[in-house]
Design a protein around this ligand. Structure first.
Ligand code: FES
Length: 78
């Protein structure tokens, strides 16, 4: 299994609406931290996640987090 690309070495912090979202796991999306379909042909699939209410979140862009789609601080070790 190859490693995903590092889209950025810091998370995107934003307020997200309630509902289902798709986090880019391959690192290739041009719409980070969200999937834009660029994983096609790779071994990666986007991570679907659901928020019950509007919430401020930190979404991982280094793609090395242990708690996808959320940043766990792993980018500090890159
Ligand atoms: S941006 Fe990936 S762990 Fe923080």
């Amino acid at each position: 299994m190859s490693l995903p690309l590092i889209a950025s070495n810091k998370p995107t912090v934003l307020e997200l609406d309630a509902g289902t979202h798709y986090w880019c796991a391959c690192g290739r999306s041009s719409n980070q931290p969200f999937c834009d379909g660029s994983h096609a042909g790779t071994e990666f699939e986007p991570r679907e996640f659901t928020l019950e209410a509007r919430k401020r979140v930190a979404l991982c862009n280094c793609k090395r987090t242990g708690t996808p789609p959320f940043c766990d601080g792993s980018h500090k070790g890159l």
